[in-house]
Design a binder for this molecule. Sequence first.
Ligand code: WTA
Length: 709
Amino acid sequence: MAHAGSERESGETKDDELRLSEAEIAVHWKEEEYFHPVPKFVGQANLTDPAVMERFSEKNFPECFREYADLLTWDKYWTTTLDTSKAPFWKWFVGGRLNVSYNCVDRHLAKYGNKAAIVWASEAEDEPIVSITYQELYVRVNEMAALLRDFCGLKTGDRVTIHMPMVPELPITMLACARLGVIHSVVFGGFSGEACGARIVDSKSHVLVTMDGYYRSGKLLDHKVNADIAVKKAESEGQKVEKVLVWKRFHDKLSSPTPMVAGRDYFVNEELKKFRGVLVAPISMPAEAPLFLMYTSGSTGKPKGCQHSTGGYLAYVTGTSRWIQDIHPTDNYWCMADIGWITGHSYIVYGPLALAATSVMYEGVPTYPDAGRPWRIAERLGVNIFHTSPTAIRMLRKLGPDEPKKYHYNFKSMTTVGEPIEPEAWLWYYHTVGRGQAAITDTWWQTENGGFLCSTKPAIDPMKPGSTGPPVPGIFPIVYDEHGKEIPAGSGKAGNICIRNPWPGLFQTIWGDDERFVKQYYAKYNSNKSSKDWRDWPYFAGDGAVWAKDGYIRILGRVDDVINVAGHRLGTKELESACLTVSEVAEAAVVPIVDPERGRVPEVYIAVKPGTKASAEEVAAKVTLAIETSIGKIARPRAVRIVPDMPKTRSGKIMRRVLASISNHMDYGDITTLSNPEVVEQIRVQVQGAGPVEKKVGPEDIRRFGETT
Ligand code: WTA
């Protein structure tokens, strides 16, 4: 396959070459041993037939995905499984119509009306558990849909921004939107008001749904204040927010001192009383109508609104929830992610509810008040499927390595997602958390993908610590080098992982930016722009990967300017532009540093404007505040370093790789091609001290995650 190569501007030199070569390095890990699922698990699993790979082989593509779509209830069956006529804007199940809230709620009433759909645990351990049956969920979704339609005037195709914590009112609001065909854009509750405002502007929402407050690490936080900031930011950029709907965390008291704005802000709990018992007929939506937007960081500045479809998305998350997570209606399933990220959308809300499972939600921090909390919740609620991230696993292991042993819960399967998990953490998860009884699925995928791309099929494939596993049914990956040459499995070389084929969960476009969609995900390895054949459009995932002889894939991490902090993608450019809002800052560079718990954390380098009077400490404090204000505390840098100058190439590009090496206490390598090599040693001494070059972290540690900044 030819390499389009058009993205590299002329004038980009050695910096990029170094960056490329790192993605292609040979990797010499120790091969891990296999672990096999226990017979008790296999005996009850949804997917045990190895012939599935034949059914989902390339010759049966795309029709194989009927199996997923048939898990749903359609108002009208589709006529075309995959329409490629506007490549690469794929359309799935064309001609079909369905409603997502009907599929996740109404259709379960006859059989499961009295079964819990959502079980919620407050962070405050003495607050009672809340269980919401499918029947009650039905009533509450209908009432909220009535409010959105009749009080807010929302209609099919409108966008609503939702900035809420982990409470049942969040999925209720999402499902109410889905009932009306209103496109929701959920912003992670921990993001700042400004970050929320920017997403309101991009999605052109007139309505913001929020909550007055919520618990985080034992504190009741004022969240309503963020709505005021968000609306102000949106209005300063020309997007008027007409209504702010505020859910109350406690129905009988207020959790925020921030005043309500008359004529704009309304308490949902009050307004809902006017809609008691109102039923809203679910709108029959075309399969390819957008269901939601989910913003994520990419390699260029602005967050991208990933637009997900109705039919294809729901089919894909339902199918993978059933086969990979092994969810049955009788399971108590707990995914500890936040609904504000794609994992929460697909695998707390839509997949589990489409399967009539019981989905557990937890409001707070996993280690609050101590590292036994998740295991107490699992014990109390009878959780049997557990889903979390390597960051949480590392943290729970560090703070409470023996805690799981104290509690009586039984996991049959466990999932990890978000970043590569190192074998050591995997083994603790397997032996101590899962007691050697639970099958682990390490699921690799992205916001853009809707659902899992690689993972073991838990009752069929053995597990291999540190590897995500083979591709899931119907996914055909390929690993390319920078020039579009295939790197075959078993070669021991890393490259860029791509998916050769479209699949139903794949996002449809970047909201309002088709051009960027094509450029970022397809241009790199597409050889014929006018081709209508999907084989000509490999999807570029932006991750480095190594494909082993046994078909298992090991993901190394991002190859673009994205730092994966605790499983959350943060754009380095977003962070850098936040730094530049500080008036003293002339230049900013953000680099990832290796962190034993969080995977990566950002560290910031700043060059100040000449004549700056403020001290280094003052500037650093301002920079940290600017990052927290424009993005959120999640992006808080480990350190802000004020340096005399940035190391630069002769074409003027900041050498982030050199700074990253210094921050990670590594040798910074060859710097002879820089325009100002002398500054590098100065910075190294500033960061590492005057001794000889340290090598605390070996190059493998960085490369292990593929970060090439
Ligand atoms: C990384 C989260 C290794 C990867 C669903 C990807 C992983 C980015 C894994 C997407 C995994 C996710 N092993 N790396 N199992 N899962 N990643 O969009 O770099 O928040 O590109 O989606 O996380 O992050 P996102």
